[in-house]
Write a protein that binds this ligand. Structure first.
Ligand code: ADE
Length: 412
C-alpha cells in the first residue's frame, strides 16, 4: 500500500496540500500535527516539520515509524547557488548533502558524516523522473540538482559560491539532506522538490518573504500532478489483479477462468490498466500495436491510441476482408489458425503484440510468426495476465521474445 508523506518546513509550504486534502484527520505526536487523508487519489500524510535539520529529521522518523510511509516528498523553497537558476524555478534532488557537517579537522571532506561512508544521499530516481515530467507538463522550469542543507539561512553570495565550488550544489535549504539521511537509514524512497525563493545573497531575506508563497505554489503543482503516477507505478499490478474475477469450472470442469470483464467495467481498473501499459511503453519507439482476437482488441486499441500509434487486429480464420497471411497452431485436439492483413505492418516497424492473457502460448507464438513474416520487429509480447504454469510465457522467451504480463495467477 502506498502512503506518501509530504513534508514542508513552513505553514506556507503545506497550506495548499491541506486545502486540497480530502477525508482528513489529524494526529499529534512529538509536537507535530500529522494530517492524513486523500490527495489526488492517494493516501497521504502532510506535516509541517518546522525549520532546520533536527526538526525535519525527527519529523521524518515519526512519519516512518507511525504512518508506514512508502514514499517521502519534501517540498518547499530554497536559495539558489547555481547562477543559472531564477526565482520560482524548481530543483528536483538527485542528491542532498549536509553542508554544515564539517569534520575536516579529522580528515573528512565537508559533508561527510565522520566514521561512516555517508555524505551525499541519493533521491529515488523514479520519483525524481516523475517530478521532472510533472514540471514539464505544466511548463514549470525544473532541473535535476544537488541540494545542500545546513542550519543556516544563507544571505552571503560568497558563501554560496564556496559551497557550490566545494560540493557542486544547486541550491541551499535547511532541511532536505536531514530528511534524506533519515530516509536512507530507514530505506524509504524520497525526493526533494524545492522552488527557488531567493539567490542566497544579500537580497535573500526580502526575496524569500516575497516569493515564498508563489514558489510554494509551483512545488505544489508538481507534487499534486505526480501523485497518481506514483500509485500507478507501485500499486497498479495489485489493484488490477484484485479486479479480475475468477470463475471456477468454466468453460469446463477444472479450469479457473480469469475473467477480465470485471476489470474492464470498473472505471478505475480500466484507467489504471491503460495508464500502466502506456507508462511502460511510452518512449520505447512502438510503431503499431497488434492485438489478438478478441480480448486483445479492447485494451490494445486504447493503448495504441494513447501511445499515438495505430492498431492492427490479428483475427481468427476467415474474418479479415483483405489479402491475408495466416499461421496455424496446435490445440488440445486439432489446430487453429489466425490471420493478419498482408499490408498491416510495414517492414522494420516495431510492433507491440498485445493480448489479455497468455496460457500455453499457441496463439501468441503464431502472432509473432505473422508479424515477423511481414518484416515487423517484435518490441514485446504484452499481456494483462500470465498463467505461468501453462508455460506460454516461457516458450515465448525461449523463442527470443521479450514478454511482459502485469499480473499472474497460479494453475490453469
Ligand atoms: N531556504 C530558502 N532560501 C534559503 C537560503 N538563502 N538559505 C537557506 N535556506 C533557504
Amino acid at each position: 500500500m502506498t502512503t506518501i508523506a509530504i513534508m514542508g518546513a513552513l505553514d506556507e509550504e503545506i497550506a495548499l496540500y491541506l486545502s486540497k486534502l480530502e477525508e482528513k484527520y489529524e494526529e499529534k505526536l512529538a509536537g507535530f500535527v500529522f494530517h492524513s487523508g486523500n490527495l489526488n487519489g492517494a493516501h497521504v500524510v502532510v506535516v509541517k516539520s518546522g525549520v532546520g535539520k533536527v526538526n525535519s529529521s525527527v519529523c521524518a522518523q515519526a512519519l516512518i515509524d507511525c504512518f508506514s510511509v512508502s514514499h517521502m516528498i519534501f517540498t518547499g523553497v530554497a536559495g539558489a547557488i547555481n547562477p543559472d537558476l531564477n526565482v520560482k524555478d524548481i530543483v528536483v534532488s538527485t542528491q542532498s548533502i549536509q553542508h554544515d557537517m564539517d569534520a575536516r579537522a579529522l580528515g573528512y571532506s565537508r559533508g561527510r558524516i565522520p566514521f561512516s561512508e555517508l555524505k551525499a544521499f541519493d533521491a529515488d530516481a523514479k520519483l525524481c523522473e516523475l517530478a521532472l515530467q510533472s514540471a514539464k507538463k505544466q511548463n514549470i522550469h525544473a532541473i535535476k540538482g544537488v541540494i545542500l542543507s545546513g542550519d543556516q539561512f544563507i544571505t552571503d553570495a560568497k558563501i554560496g559560491r564556496e559551497l557550490r565550488a566545494e560540493l557542486d550544489g544547486d541550491c541551499v535549504d535547511m532541511e532536505s539532506a536531514a530528511v534524506a539521511h533519515a530516509c536512507a537509514l530507514n530505506k524509504v524512497s524520497h525526493v526533494i522538490i524545492r522552488a527557488i525563493s531567493d539567490k542566497a545573497d544579500h537580497s535573500a531575506q526580502e526575496s524569500f518573504e516575497k516569493i515564498c508563497h508563489d514558489a510554494a505554489n509551483n512545488s505544489f503543482a508538481i507534487v499534486y500532478e505526480m501523485i497518481p503516477h506514483i500509485i500507478i507505478h507501485d500499486d497498479a499490478p495489485a489493484i488490477i489483479k484484485s479486479k479480475i474475477r475468477t470463475i471456477p469450472n468454466w468453460p469446463k470442469k477444472g479450469v479457473m477462468y480469469r475473467d477480465i470483464t470485471t476489470l474492464l467495467k470498473d472505471k478505475e481498473g480500466l484507467g489504471i490498466t491503460i495508464d500502466f501499459l502506456v507508462k511502460r511503453h511510452k518512449g520505447k519507439k512502438i510503431d503499431v500495436v497488434a492485438g489478438i482476437e478478441s480480448r486483445g482488441f479492447i485494451i490494445g486499441a486504447a493503448l495504441a491510441n494513447k501511445l499515438g500509434v495505430g492498431f492492427v487486429p490479428i483475427r481468427k480464420k476467415g474474418k479479415l476482408p483483405g489479402k491475408i497471411i495466416s499461421a496455424s497452431y496446435s490445440l488440445e485436439y486439432g489446430t487453429d489458425t489466425i490471420e493478419i492483413h498482408e499490408d498491416a505492418i510495414h517492414k522494420g516497424a516495431r510492433v507491440l503484440i498485445f493480448d489479455d492473457l497468455i496460457a500455453t502460448g499457441g496463439t501468441a507464438t503464431a502472432a509473432c510468426e505473422l508479424v515477423t513474416r511481414l518484416g515487423g520487429i517484435i518490441a514485446e509480447c504484452c499481456f494483462i495476465i500470465d498463467l505461468p504454469d501453462l508455460g506460454g510465457s516461457k516458450k515465448l522467451k525461449e523463442a527470443g521474445h521479450k514478454v511482459f504480463a502485469i499480473t499472474s495467477f497460479e494453475g490453469d
